[in-house]
Write a protein that binds this ligand. Sequence first.
Ligand SMILES: [Zn+2]
Ligand SMILES: [Zn+2]
Length: 280
Amino acid sequence: MALCSVCRRREAFYLRTYSGQRLCAACLRRTLERALRRSISEAGGLPPRSRVVVPVSFTSPHLSLALLDVAVRVERRFGSEVVGVVPREVEVEPEGASLPGEQGLSRLVRVSVPPPEEATLSECIRFDSAWSARVAESLGGNAVLLPLTLTDRVLAMLDSLILGEAWLASESLLSRSVGGVRVIHAFGTIEGEAVAAYAARMEVRAWSPCRVASPSKKVLYSVAYRRPELEYSALKTISRLAQLAGGFGVCRYCGGFTAGGGASVCPVCERLRPAERVRL
Ligand SMILES: [Zn+2]
Ligand SMILES: [Zn+2]
């Protein structure tokens, strides 16, 4: 049995392979709370007593449950309200179970948003950004937290390069604006593996009916078999690359880059029409 490298008291269950750090459940939770605070502050911060919307996303429904749990702990300290939003199309198991962090939510809202059967990672992020920003707007929210990780940001950047579509680079940015709503990739400063390890310990699970594919996933996972741990320079590199891809317009539905030509709606929203699909 290995002890946690941080508290040196409890048994560790998660090994951060790039740093060699071993974490127990409590120290991993604190690590995720710090990552969330850092993502929010790097995204420009939120005013105190904000109304923050945390949707169960189609891109990573299970990690969304971990985010609900962590967001409620972090936002309580800032006096913010956290509103959970669950699409009826997402399957939660066991049925009727209360969600992680549910007692700390100011509201739990159920919506209907039929998702596409399959989508690329970038398409799914745009789909989630658009419908959840629409819901946040109608609930008077200032921000949406999506459970996207540093690993997702790297995959989105690689996908954009592999597909030769620079306008898809916006999914690797840490945040975006849709109207008056800030959409923040809540775990965008920490590797996906850490969030997945935390989520795996929860008793509630969630599944999305949308199959999400990333052309780069095989490549990234083949480099570090099933544990593509990423460190800080990866984050700096992709942020810089995404800035280089700037100069595009911004889609008024999802906040992602448009394909150019003065368009105000991106090709993904034009095709999938996420904002029109959502029913409160
Ligand atoms: Zn510990
Ligand atoms: Zn769009």
